[in-house]
Design a protein around this ligand. Structure first.
Ligand code: DGY
Length: 332
């Protein structure tokens, strides 16, 4: 593709990426970068600025639907989503219009697994609660029954959804001497199960036998509120639930009630049903650890995600096959 043809292409980038990824866009095309306040680009502005663009580099905060595709126009070639999850994108709608959709898989697997483990340990051993307690400046003294959590070693970890990130979480369980069970509609091969030392089980068994459940399913109609009142009733009262996948997989009011009533011991959340809003009832509970969607938030990982999203975007606007294409049918 000649330089001049490249520079006639224009793209909308809905939020500044890390500097290395922004530099990778230099000279590749005309870039319209939303630089407003840290909140997501307002919908009206998104619709207006998408008009006439060849590519959109979107974040999980933007809804990509028929309305946005109409506003962009028929020359739109690609939506490069800066996330592994793409539940914010109406993929069938993009495919029917021949618009490519890409995501950023693999590069964030290890960072997200690390964060899931940070939440697991924070909940089991009451780490964030301990920090909050000291900051409250209340008097304290070491005591045999003070702020007791549970042993991690030798317990059962349940992985709900055992794709790339679920497997990376399971792999980290070895050092904690854990028994690992998983539920996923797609069963892993025997070789992978053996390598990871994991055992498939029905969802009900996962609920009943896990001391910690870590959620790694994508958000789909069948996983929305997968963890609701009924699921919490089936979990151990000593169990911990950690969600680093997508907020709506957990019914937040039901979770708050289960935590309040002692149906489960604790929860760790990195994602929220109505992100960035947090369910008010959760904010008042000490047995929940809340993080602001930090799963992939490391310098190395966000750089790799940004570079991959830009690479996909530039490929898409110049008629090449992007590296991590979600909808190959759009090419036909
Ligand atoms: C993703 O990529 O889907 C995460 O939620 C953000 O990194």
């Amino acid at each position: 593709m000649s330089e001049s043809l490249l520079s006639t292409r224009s793209v909308l980038v809905t939020r500044a990426l890390v500097p290395e990824a922004m530099r990778a866009l230099d000279g590749g095309c005309a870039v319209d970068l939303y630089q407003g306040p840290p909140e997501a680009i307002p919908r009206e502005e998104l619709l207006r600025r998408a008009a006439g663009k060849d590519g959109l580099l979107t974040l999980l905060t933007e809804r990509v639907d028929a309305e946005l595709l109409d506003a962009a126009g028929p020359q739109l070639k690609i939506v490069a989503n800066h996330a592994v999850g793409f539940d914010n994108v109406d993929v069938p709608e993009c495919t029917s219009r021949g618009v490519l959709v890409t995501n950023t898989p693999d590069v964030l697997t290890e960072a997200t697994a690390d964060l899931a483990w940070s939440l697991i340990l924070a909940c089991v051993r009451r780490v964030a609660e301990g920090d909050r307690f000291l900051r409250s400046r209340r008097p304290w003294i070491w005591g045999p029954s003070m702020m007791l959590g549970y042993d991690m070693y030798g317990k059962t970890l349940g992985v709900a959804g055992c794709g790339r990130i679920g497997q990376a979480v399971a792999r980290r369980a070895t050092g904690f001497g854990l028994r690992v069970i998983y539920h996923d509609p797609v069963r892993l091969s025997e070789a992978v199960e053996r390598e990871l030392n994991v055992t498939w089980c029905p969802f009900e068994t996962l609920l009943a036998e896990s001391d910690v459940i870590s959620v790694h399913t994508p958000l789909l109609p069948q996983t929305r509120h997968l963890f609701g009142a009924d699921a919490f009733r089936q979990m151990k009262p000593t169990a911990v639930l950690v969600n680093t996948a997508r907020g709506p997989i957990v019914d937040e009011p039901a979770l708050a009630e289960a935590l309040r009533a002692g149906e489960i011991f604790a929860a760790g959340l990195d994602v929220y049903e109505r992100e960035p809003q947090i369910e008010e009832a959760l904010l008042d509970l000490d047995n929940v650890t809340l993080l602001p969607h930090l799963g992939s938030a490391t310098i190395e990982t966000r750089t790799a995600m940004g570079l991959l999203a830009v690479d996909n975007l530039l490929a898409g606007i110049t008629g090449k096959r992007p590296r991590t294409l979600v909808n190959p049918d759009a090419l036909r």
